[in-house]
Design a binder for this molecule. Sequence first.
Ligand code: TYM
Length: 336
Amino acid sequence: MSEQIIQPNKKKVLSCIQPSGMLTLGNYLGALKNWVAMQDEFDCTFAVADLHAITVRQEPAALRQQIYSTYALLLALGIDPEKNTVFIQSHVPFHTQLSWLLSCNTQFGEMARMTQFKDKSQKHPENVNVGLFSYPVLMAADILLYKPDFVPVGADQKQHLEIARDIATRFNNIYGDVFTIPEPYIPKTGARVMSLQDPAKKMSKSDENANAWVAILDSKDDIIRKFKRAVTDSEAAVRFREEQPGISNLITIYSAVTGKTTEEIEKEFEGKGYGDFKLAVGETVADTLAPIKQRYDEIIKDKKALEQLYTEGAMKAEYVAKKTYFKAMKKVGFVL
Ligand code: TYM
């Protein structure tokens, strides 16, 4: 098995995604699209971060379904579980175990300034749990166990990645070299896809307004309808301007999906109104996502095959994670 995993010539990549509900166009453009693109060049490890999902209350049956669904979606996107390591975070116990070692080397003040913690604790004042607070430490463990060179994420995860680097550097300085210091890999276009209803907010599946976000698995009709209803402004010209975040968000989405530059897009829609542009964005996004949905519908039917793949994925992941974990334990002074 080791020959299959350790590919000394390839740089390593790791990333994870939470299984909290439907994955969005934001997840796709900010992260998943890059995961797919990176799998040929890099030695990749991808996980469904199910342990992270319970920092907010989850209904058990729904959570179980979402974990399956998210794993199936990764395969439907074209991530190859033979070539990469694709697993479910909770199947590899070293994540929570390393998280304890790292917690004891992370300062309370470092966690308290995390913007996502501040946002989420405001959103759920009735459930500001300790897990929500220390979540970036578990994320640091997810990353550091696999010694990746790059971590492809959207812009909202940059702060968490920086703290993972800080924790790793501190640990290495105190105990000796254990962890690789990873670099964030954030796309130039699509790193921050905004809500279609309020372009000041990030597109998020937890948004109560379903018109604010597009799910990767939405139907073509739904996608087009959501883009038609997208909030723009009164100027009615397809031009990228910071002070017009609605139209600029749509241009960014169109650019990320087609690979066209802002200038090319402005030229293409010169003299045309928002209606034409919104329809074009909706259709292009729908056509890009349609084959993914089609593959997903097939893959999710076969739970046995999925089970086999995520079990194998966990075995591959565990092999790597275990080595890093025990090295860290030894350095800290535990008796092995
Ligand atoms: P999560 O599950 O919220 O999001 C998964 C990925 O999607 C990106 N993303 C976006 N990108 C652009 N625009 C948006 N509107 C948008 N919304 C989400 C996120 O940046 C992310 O890359 N804590 C992580 C999951 C995680 C993780 C890790 C990531 C757990 N362990 C280790 C990397 C490495 C999270 O909640 O992402």
